[in-house]
Design a protein around this ligand. Sequence first.
Ligand code: SF4
Length: 319
Amino acid sequence: MEVTQEVNIGSKISNWYTENGRQNLPWRENVTPYRIWISEIMLQQTQVNTAIDYFNRFMAKYPDLETIKDANEDDIYSLWSGLGYYRRASYIYRAKEAIHANFSGRMPEQYKDIISLPGIGRSTAGAILSIAFNKPYPILDANVKKVISRIFYKNSYEEKSFWELSEQMLDKKNLFKFQQGVMDLGSQLCLPKNPKCLVCPVSKNCLANIKGEYPVLAKKKVQRKKEFLKFNLIRFNEKYFLTKDNTLGYWKNLWIPPVEKNKLKAFDIIHNLSHRELNISFTESSEKHPKLSGKWFSAEEIKKIAVPKPIFDKLVSNE
Ligand code: SF4
């Protein structure tokens, strides 16, 4: 079955965005390449609603490439506290260093230059180029993949053809609206179960809707290594003792309570890293002079330093 091509899918999506899109998301206002870049990195592993506050705080402190120029890695980490996946903050640090060293402090406009920056893959480069520079480059994030799988009825993900289809759909006259629209359509209408086809602007073009069968792309299976960790929450005078001494092999440069491997294999929570499943338990104590080097932080102070997400949630919500 062929998709009806006489009607342009791209312009239908752009028009739909004008009427129905989430235009008040902060990164959709005062668009600059820098703002699009930071928002795209934040949105890689974070839900839109959570990212909004972090984005606003980030922009209040570093509104542009000039103000972030002299920030060190810890400064950027401190704005990431509680957001998790700190590697993204490290990429931002390294990329802004590269932009100032190699591109005179301006976001480059060529694909080959943007893709050379740490943490920027093809889809993020496509977002910066199309949304901020109005150049016809496709995006292929999870929402766009889902929409493509439905419109073109693809039961499995195939990288090359999905990129081609994403490029084919582009509304080159309205790149900003199209890209925001296709992402909104994926998150608001084209739901995994019970997609809202009745109000979808491309329902007549959509093979899944025509067939009445809605492909769901399989998630990539990740093999995670199980680890059992016991954190010792040392609390004294309303402050917690945290250290950067860490032989875990990850969470480098982050503040954590003293930790040991838990031979009992008990756990309170499970936290997944990209290739590890952490089974975490907590004990509490009130030693005044822990042996490790470290510092004492109140819950308010913890909100401003880089602490892994499960530790952040535990210490800040303990209050
Ligand atoms: S018609 Fe339905 S299945 Fe097709 S893109 Fe729209 S919401 Fe998704």
